[in-house]
Design a binder for this molecule. Structure first.
Ligand code: SF4
Ligand code: SF4
Length: 538
């Protein structure tokens, strides 16, 4: 039976506890037995020399050096022995960034060596002039031959008096003794390093910087699976117009009264309209917003100063980003054509063909985006998820985190008790406005100051806690077509649910998700959802 001496030099203990686990996994090549030895001491050269001598004394065929900062995959020794060569190494890299492979392909006159550049096609056995000794298999004959001329196999400070260089001087002797030195590029070895991990902001982006105490550092963007949370206005949506919509509700007046209107324009409320000064302040606050600035209602074209509103918008926002979200033109087609980009407008005529004719006449460029020739479907917004007795709190949270309006739609500027306020979500703003007469209701809106939309997550957290649990959007209830008779509401919103036009309508008070019928796919697809054949309780 042939013998391999597994030789591990250490200063004290191995530098990583996992090292011994890996050593224990090394597979024994067929026809061999493994002997193990350790040498501990300050000088790695002396440690190695002691173990080489043991290998000779024990009649071993090979010495297999493993450094205590190297992780050797279990099949490495088998692969190296099978080459049946005098000296062969596994491949490992420097611990210091930029982590050069420890492979040298040219010996220079001063005894030092030139680093090899590995290239894509390099693989398998490669002849080299030197490498490290961290994963090195050496036939015992190599040591015996060197011994003929040298007292020591390994020495320190031979190439540079104040440096270790034990491996380079060893390989120099190997070459001088006439042996070919090989490395197996298919035998990768882990090199255990200590490193400092620095948080680091580069060009406004958070990075991680690795510092391995080498000549350079390496930085890469900080990426990790984000904890699930709702998006805030500064976070872009992939699928929305220009990655985000900022709705400015200039009025809550609407000529229609669709059941389950998400802005509650089907309810009896105080009519609210922004002043021109308020509107200009709102627009200026989002001048540098990346997405679409939407003029929003109710039906915004019913604002008593709509042409002046348009003028202010044109003054501050470029055409590309000016959107109109309206169910009709109210005689303002020409100013709409001058002001709004139809590509980023939402023009739902709710089946009113006379409105379509007005578009045709006064804003024909927008016809391609006019929709709602049939009836669209409104999911019930005024059924608070917190009132659903057949849901656990975890189920509510999960549904909220999956909210379509948050994923695909808009932030919001509106009025609350006559003052300008901002919310992360248009439904949150609608809730606040509709409950504003309740003197105990909290003022959750943020002051509308330039750049408010860039505020961090914490600034919007109170809005989320209050409004999301009082919202029906995450329930994805099948709701009602916009000409349908049923209005859904739950206890939280019942006090404000007084219909503007009660004729033929029925208010259904619910306290269970199961009362809302089939689940919609994406609630923001309200046009497409209008064609769905839905089943479930009504
Ligand atoms: S859904 Fe639109 S058109 Fe219908 S009531 Fe609400 S704001 Fe008016
Ligand atoms: S308030 Fe409603 S619509 Fe807005 S993010 Fe919260 S759950 Fe979604």
């Amino acid at each position: 039976m042939k013998r391999i001496l597994v030789a591990i030099p250490t200063q004290e203990m191995a530098r990583a506890a996992a090292f011994y686990d890996w050593v224990g996994l090394i597979k024994v090549p067929e026809g061999y037995e493994l002997l193990h030895t350790r040498a501990h001491g300050q000088s790695p050269a002396r440690n190695r020399n002691i173990m080489i001598q043991q290998g000779i004394d024990l009649n071993c065929d090979y010495v297999f050096f493993i450094d205590d900062d190297c992780l050797i995959p279990p099949d490495t020794l088998v692969k190296l022995v099978n080459h049946n060569v005098d000296i062969v190494s596994g491949l490992y890299c420097m611990r210091n960034y930029p982590h050069k492979p420890i492979v040298f392909d040219e010996a220079l006159d001063d005894g030092t060596c030139r680093w090899t550049q590995l290239s894509g096609p390099d693989e398998g056995l490669k002849e080299i002039v030197a490498t490290g000794m961290g994963c090195l298999l050496v036939k015992i004959d190599v040591f015996k031959k060197i011994q003929e001329k040298h007292k020591y196999w390994v020495t320190l400070g031979e190439l540079e008096a104040d440096h270790w260089c034990d491996d380079l001087s060893f390989f120099k002797r190997v070459r001088e003794a006439g042996f070919q030195i090989l490395i197996d590029l298919n035998c990768p070895v882990g090199h255990i390093a200590k490193l400092a991990i620095w948080p680091n902001k580069i060009d406004g982006v958070w990075h991680i910087t690795y510092d391995t105490d080498g000549p350079q550092r390496h930085s890469f963007p900080l990426q990790y699976e984000q904890q699930a949370r709702l998006r805030i206005p500064s976070e872009k949506r992939d699928t929305t117009y220009l990655n985000g919509v900022m709705q400015i509700q200039i009025t809550n007046i609407c000529d229609l009264s669709c059941p389950n209107c998400s802005q509650g324009c089907n309810l009896k409320t105080h009519p609210h309209s922004m002043t021109l000064e308020q509107f200009e302040q709102a627009v200026i606050s989002v001048k540098d917003y990346y997405g679409v600035i939407g003029v929003y209602g109710g039906n915004p074209t019913l604002h008593h100063q709509f042409p002046q509103i348009c003028e202010i918008l044109r003054k501050h926002i470029d055409y590309e980003r000016r959107g109109l979200f309206a169910n009709g033109l109210s005689g303002h087609g020409k100013v709409c054509a001058e002001t709004f980009n139809p590509k980023y407008s939402n023009l739902n005529i709710h089946g009113e063909m006379n409105v379509y004719e007005e578009f045709k006449r006064d804003w024909p460029e927008a016809l391609f985006n006019v929709k709602g020739f049939d009836h669209s479907r409104h999911t019930p917004s005024w059924v608070a998820i917190k009132d659903m007795e057949d849901m656990t709190q975890n189920e509510r949270i999960k549904a909220i985190l999956d909210c379509d309006i948050n994923r695909y739609w808009s932030a919001f500027i509106g009025l609350y008790r006559g003052e300008l306020r901002a919310w992360f979500c248009e439904i949150a703003g609608a809730q606040a406005r509709l409950h504003e007469d309740d003197t105990d209701y909290p003022d959750t809106g943020l002051p509308v100051e330039p750049g408010w939309w860039k505020l961090p997550y914490d600034s919007f957290h109170n809005q989320m806690v209050k409004h999301c649990f009082e919202c029906g959007i995450p329930l994805r209830g099948q709701g009602e077509l916009d000409n349908g008779p049923i209005e859904y509401v739950s206890a939280t919103h019942l006090p404000i649910y007084k219909l503007k036009r009660a004729d033929g309508k029925m208010i259904k008070v619910v306290n269970r998700r199961s009362q809302l019928g089939a689940k919609l796919g994406r609630v923001t697809d309200y046009i497409e959802n209008g064609y769905l054949e839905l089943v479930g309780s009504k």
